[in-house]
Write a protein that binds this ligand. Sequence first.
Ligand code: ARG
Length: 590
Amino acid sequence: MASVPSLASSVNQRVADALASALPEAGATDPLLRRSDRADFQANGILALAKKAKANPRELAADVVGAIPTGDLIQEIEVSGPGFLNITITDRAIIETLAARAADDRLGVPYAQNAGTTVIDYAQPNVAKEMHVGHLRSAVIGAAMVEILEFTGEKVIRRHHIGDWGTQFGMLIQYLLEHPHELDHKADGGEEVSGEEAMSNLNRLYKASRALFDSDEEFKTRARARVVDLQAGDPETLAMWQRFVDESKIYFYSVFHKLDMDIQDPDVVGESGYNDMLAETCKLLEDSGVAVRSNGALCVFFDEYKGPDGNPTPLIVQKSDGGFGYAATDLSAIRNRVGELKADTLIYVVDARQSLHFKMVFETARRAGWLNDGVKAVQLAFGTVLGKDGKPFKTREGETVRLVDLLDEAVERATAVVREKSEKIGLSEEEIVSNGQYVGIGAVKYADLSTSAGRDYKFDLDQMVSLTGDTSVYLQYAYARNRSILRKAGETRPVAHPELALAPAERALGLHIDQFGEVVADAAAEYAPHKVAAFLFQLATLYSTFFDQCPVLKADTAEQMENRLFLCDLTARTLTKGMALLGIRTPERL
Ligand code: ARG
């Protein structure tokens, strides 16, 4: 089935068009059409228009009412208050519009008109380090943005900017060179190493090398010299470095797998991927005067960024010892992403605590001409994950919580919830286990995505796997219940019947489903996956009211049953698609 954009215009769009033709002098003025409690929609745009035309708003509104034909689309239109329009849609128009959506495999969601190329930087853990909740947020929010943008037709290039470069590798590599068998998997009998084992190997090596580094001056000197070899591309050093990266990747991929996320190797382009560009980036900045030498370091200064002492805080591109830092890598990455990958949008899904870094990096890139007016660079900054006590999430011992432990616990709790309910519907043990994963991981993702990214949120597993309230489990149950009705309907299939009169709960559900396309467009334009989450929660809530008030299997007539099944089916498809945009699965039986 192809997308049929002309048929798939929403009721909202159709009303806006009708208003525009009733009042041609309004031109491109926004009718400010909103869903309303009093009628289906309220249009508030007349007020601004009247002001501009120095007309009486109520009179102008009355003119519109007179010029709008009622019948097919609009059942009733009346002036209210100072010049608002209250608009009620016909039952027929609701079902017809939905039928057009249902006939389209994109559910009538149009492609964006101005689609371009976005490079999105997300899910960027650090080599030889444990992943924590900050990495979870970047991964979850980034993956949702990828799906949402791709759904609107944007070309999306993923970049996992992993921390795989820097001075800390000197110590690790030197240690491994001196103890070559410590990462030798064949030697310890195992062929395949699990993610957990990989991480524990890395932890062990990290601790051992750190201990040596702190206690042995000669090792320290050798480790420092090793950093120079690494940056110079010495083959033996690079080979050892590669072993750390590979071991870490085993671990990263195991965590991403747990998260039900598909991360592809070619998209993992870490800091090291820009190593060859660093010297040139610095030279270009220095030659153009964008960066200047200050106490030996290459710095970019800004009037607006000052430290607590009032002195300017520069962006340090190259340290006085010649080493390149985080900023040099990010600036080189911009050159690559705009120059080679031809991106017109760059998104960085990174902790809000790195905001100053990105402001300075973007500004530097603009001064250098690597970012111009045709390219938008944004940090999709996310807030901190807090514990139940409202403080940054830590273990009781004050340590960073391991992401894997959290995910395992979420799955464990979810499995208990699923198991408790499973008897009634006779789930097999296998289904209980896989549902437990979908529910547990879904709970973690949804809790993250249902709050707007910039805000902090509390990591509270009890709340996350609760069956009531704004949780993914609630949505997953709404979906499964819906599917069970469709199964029970047997031979009777969903069929749209525009000739039928609708109950209020049917109208409310239908008009809500109809907004899916606009919600996706907004979420894409504003980088706001929480808008999709809010839409889905409202959808499940309206569906639940519909379910209580409108018998489906015991409907009055065969046509009514078919029409209600049609609403069920479209709700289910919208839920599955919406949840998939958020990276969450909807099991058929739960
Ligand atoms: N690896 C970094 C961290 O763990 C995040 C990288 C963000 N991306 C970037 N292009 N700087 O904090």
